[in-house]
Write a protein that binds this ligand. Structure first.
Ligand code: GDP
Ligand code: IMO
Ligand code: MG
Length: 433
């Protein structure tokens, strides 16, 4: 059997599917783990034994010494957050020497989180429910071009000084005139961020060449998605999305690796659905029923903001759509154990809209709001699955549930996760094969 050298780990719902756990698991065999978009809006949990790690910017391959952990050009980087995360890991004995940062990645500066919050508070039609980390404003500057500062600018003191002076002058005008804010101080930001630049300088490199060279050497490279397909600015529940392309297509633009080099797309999906922040969620459960999924083993509270996650049943309209737009050829179904105590489990197979059956995911929020989920009921297994190691040992009702997910989504289930720990995973087929 041919060995697969490049795997993309991509979330198929609204984020928090368990990408961190899956990345950590597959990283044991990889030489390189690459983040390709998003920033510290992400919160990826990795649990090894009784140690829990919550990663925001640093790739979830960091727990293996010797693995190169790359932040690609598509990532927006808050140097302060990155350094704090590196320090926290180092204090826990983790080797952070393998971190590399793209010289073309864009920098999050203090006015970005500030504007993120001010913009949210000023939206007349309601909030997006962002994480407040400055992600949207940083990507706006990138695409607007004029006000952007990249890592390559940050690490050249003279360039940084000139650019920051110019950009901050414009940002302060916006802050004062539109938001009635007193503005930010140039010298304070320049001094603080120059010190960060000094500490990060040696890690700032041409990561496109680095990643392509690893692929050419036949090394195993893992691309770690953040957020999820329905938070994709092009394909998600717009405008209730993030400002990037979390989908598999984001890998190429966000790393400089061409599409012919990507061999496998592993879609990570929860055995039910969750969402944090605002926006449509067809299979959402009413607040009084949510605790069945949110509490207990579900622990559905945001890693980045601590917000309780909205929860609901598995939505196969969404899984089919996400498998299609990402070209998913392998599935990891997560958190099966959270369903252990249910007598019956529901799967949404289609939506009903004004009497018609809808099987493709609608672009119109107005239409989505009127869509009623059509459910199929499957019997629960009412047994603890968390210690099961082999697919055949799962209760037959659990296997039937997974088979149905696979059939409705259009991709094989190769991994099943039955707990948060690294070893609480059923590997049905080695993803690297
Ligand atoms: P990510 O953003 O996709 O990496 O996911 P998060 O880390 O934000 O959220 C996933 C949560 O589910 C974390 O608390 C994980 O520790 C936990 N988790 C992952 N897999 C499983 C599983 O199979 N069972 C249970 N009960 N928890 C899991
Ligand atoms: P991981 O990688 C879940 C959501 C926010 C909000 C919207 C826009 O842990 O799966 P932003 O701050 O990005 O402008 O917020 O996107 N969001 C996430 N939800 N998991 C994430 O990342 C998310 N990153 C952003 O809650 O609704
Ligand atoms: Mg998360």
């Amino acid at each position: 059997m041919a060995v697969v050298k490049t795997v993309v780990v991509v979330g198929l719902q609204w984020g928090d599917e368990g990408k961190g756990k899956v990345t950590d698991l597959l990283a044991s065999e990889a030489q390189m783990v690459v983040r390709y978009q998003g920033g510290n809006n992400a919160g990826h949990t990795v649990v090894v034994g009784d140690q829990e790690f919550k990663l925001h910017l640093i790739p979830s391959g960091i727990l293996y010494p010797g693995t190169l952990c790359v932040l690609g050009n598509g990532v927006v980087i808050d140097p302060k957050v990155l350094l704090a995360e590196m320090e926290e890991l180092a204090a826990r004995g983790i080797d952070v020497s393998g971190i590399r940062i793209s010289d073309r990645a864009h920098v999050i500066l203090p006015y970005h989180p500030l504007l993120d919050r001010l913009e949210e508070d000023s939206r007349p039609a309601g909030k997006i429910g962002t994480t407040g980390r400055g992600i949207g404003p940083a990507y706006v500057d990138k695409y607007n071009r004029y006000d952007a500062i990249r890592m390559v600018d940050l690490v050249q003191p003279e360039v940084f000084k000139d650019r920051l002076a110019m950009v901050l002058e414009r940002k302060n005008r916006l802050l004062r005139e539109f938001y009635h804010h007193s503005g930010l101080d140039f010298q304070a930001i320049f001094d603080e961020y120059s010190a960060y630049a000094q500490r990060l300088r040696d890690r700032v490199v041409d990561t496109a060449s680095l990643v392509n060279a690893a692929i050419d050497r036949q090394e195993r490279v893992l691309f770690e998605g953040a957020q999820g397909s329905l938070l994709d600015v092009d394909h998600g529940t717009f405008p209730f999305v993030s400002s990037s392309n979390p989908g598999a297509a984001g890998v190429c633009a966000g790393t400089g690796v061409g599409p012919t080099k990507i061999r496998k797309v592993l879609g990570v999906i929860k055995a039910y659905s969750t969402r944090v922040g605002e926006g449509p969620f067809p299979t959402e459960l009413p607040e009084q029923e949510v605790s069945l999924l949110r509490d207990g083993r579900g622990r559905e509270y945001g890693v980045t903001t601590g917000r309780p996650r909205r929860c609901g049943w598995f939505d196969a309209v969404i899984s089919r759509y996400s498998v299609m737009i990402n070209g998913v050829n392998s599935l990891a179904v997560m958190k099966l154990d959270v369903l252990d105590h249910f007598t019956t489990i529901r799967i949404c197979t289609a939506y009903r809209y004004r009497g018609e059956l809808v099987k493709t995911f609608p672009s119109s929020l107005k239409m989505l709001a009127e869509c009623e989920p059509v459910y199929e009921e499957l019997p629960g297994w009412r047994r603890d699955t968390s210690s099961i190691k082999h697919y055949e040992d799962l209760p037959k009702e659990a296997r039937a549930y997974l088979d149905r997910i696979s059939e409705l989504s259009g991709a094989p289930v190769d991994l099943v996760s039955v707990g948060w720990r690294r070893d609480e995973t059923i590997v049905r087929r080695n993803v690297w094969e």
